[in-house]
Design a protein around this ligand. Structure first.
Ligand code: ADP
Ligand code: MG
Length: 359
């Protein structure tokens, strides 16, 4: 267990800067997930922590030690990659013990650690197999085992579940999280999947184009996104955005879109009249209501998608596309014009130019 501190960490490939002065402090034992769209610099940042990629500027400390100039093998980290990088000609046991063998760890110690890790991961019966005789999930566990036997200060994961099918991904993410809590090893986990980030992280770091957009606990990001990017990235289906101008209608605050849709807003809603804003409402915070409801606005329901546990509805208000979620499909009429309202405490208002949330 150790802290990890990044200070103004940059990366340039030639003249192109892909990571811009990133500051990040990770506590001992914390599980931090770096999430963002493909190409935003997550792997590059992780590889700089590992020492696999040279920094173009800044400093990294693991515990009290500056590791800026240390090669990967001296950083006391263990990394799990997307493709597992198992040696095909070695057994599971040899794959797991390989890193220790390179470090000249005594044979008995290697055997002991491999046995312990195999027990933790449920791999005891597979130790003599070769990777080609394992399922995807088992290979993933072996890659985890290889990291665990090292007993490092920090685990680094780069999209370790991307090669698994959907069901196994859900199972493995629970396993990895439980394992991390059990071992208490500081972990940095990279994914492009916001659900993985939400379910696994103590804290999420949302990245875009080589910069950190927001850092926070999963629910904090969900409930209080700092800007339009985070609001749209976290949560599935994505938050609905309605652009318009703040003002009042019939004596109460409202948003008026360019094509004349009026969205009632709470009295305490931030922003001044005349301000161009984007109003954000999550699909799960819209409910069908009566036309007479003071917060009601009309939508045209186009499509209903029941999934069993939830039902999605796709609708339009003027030119604006909206998505709604209902737990009970019977709460949704089959289609046509209906009235809905937004939970007033769950409406987000963003500046239309900067994208920053208004408070
Ligand atoms: P992510 O892991 O978030 O998908 P990466 O860290 O792999 O993103 O890449 C960040 C950016 O850096 C991308 O634009 C990518 O094309 C670029 N990049 C990554 N590695 C190299 C490299 N070796 N040479 C040039 N550009 C690179
Ligand atoms: Mg990557």
């Amino acid at each position: 267990m150790a802290t990890v501190d990044l200070e103004k960490v940059c990366k340039r490939f030639g003249s192109l800067e892909v990571v811009h002065a990133v500051d990040l402090s990770i506590a001992e034992g914390e599980f931090v997930v770096l999430v963002g769209p493909s190409g935003c610099g997550k792997s590059t940042l992780l590889r700089m922590v590992a020492g696999l990629e040279k920094m173009s500027g800044g400093h990294i400390r693991i515990g009290a030690d500056a590791v800026d100039h240390l090669p990967p093998r001296d950083r006391d980290i263990a990394m799990v990659f997307q493709n597992y990088a198992l040696y095909p000609h070695m057994t599971v046991a040899a794959n797991m013990g390989f890193g220790l063998r390179l470090r000249k760890t005594p044979r008995t110690e290697i055997d002991k650690r491999v046995a312990t890790a195999a027990a933790i991961l449920g791999l005891e019966d597979l130790l003599d197999r070769h990777p080609r005789a394992l399922s995807g999930g088992q290979r993933q566990r072996v890659a985890m085992g290889r990291a665990i036997v090292r007993d490092p200060q920090v685990f680094l994961f780069d999209e370790p579940l991307s090669n698994l099918d959907a069901k196994l991904r859900v199972q493995m993410r629970t396993e990895i999280k439980a394992l991390q809590k059990r071992l208490g090893t500081t972990s940095i986990y990279v994914t492009h999947d916001q659900v993985e980030a939400m379910t696994m992280a103590d804290r999420i770091v949302v990245m875009r184009q080589g910069r950190i957009e927001q850092i926070g606990a999963p629910l904090a990001l969900y409930e209080k996104p700092a800007n339009l990017f985070v609001a749209g990235f976290i949560g599935s289906p994505s938050m609905n955005f309605v652009q318009g101008v703040l003002g009042s209608e019939k004596g109460r605050r409202a948003l008026r879109t360019d094509d004349g849709v009026v969205l009632p807003l709470p009295q305490a809603c931030p922003g001044e009249d005349g301000h161009r804003v984007v109003c954000g409402i999550r699909p799960e915070h819209l409910t069908v209501c009566g036309e007479g409801d003071a917060d009601a606005f009309a939508i045209e329901l186009n499509l209903i998608e029941p999934t069993g546990s939830q039902t999605f509805a796709f609708a339009e208000a003027g030119a604006q596309k909206l998505c709604l979620i209902a737990a009970d499909p019977r709460a949704l009429p089959p289609g046509g014009r209906v009235h809905v309202k937004a939970d007033p405490s769950r409406i987000h208002i963003f500046d239309a130019d900067s994208g920053a949330v208004l408070q």
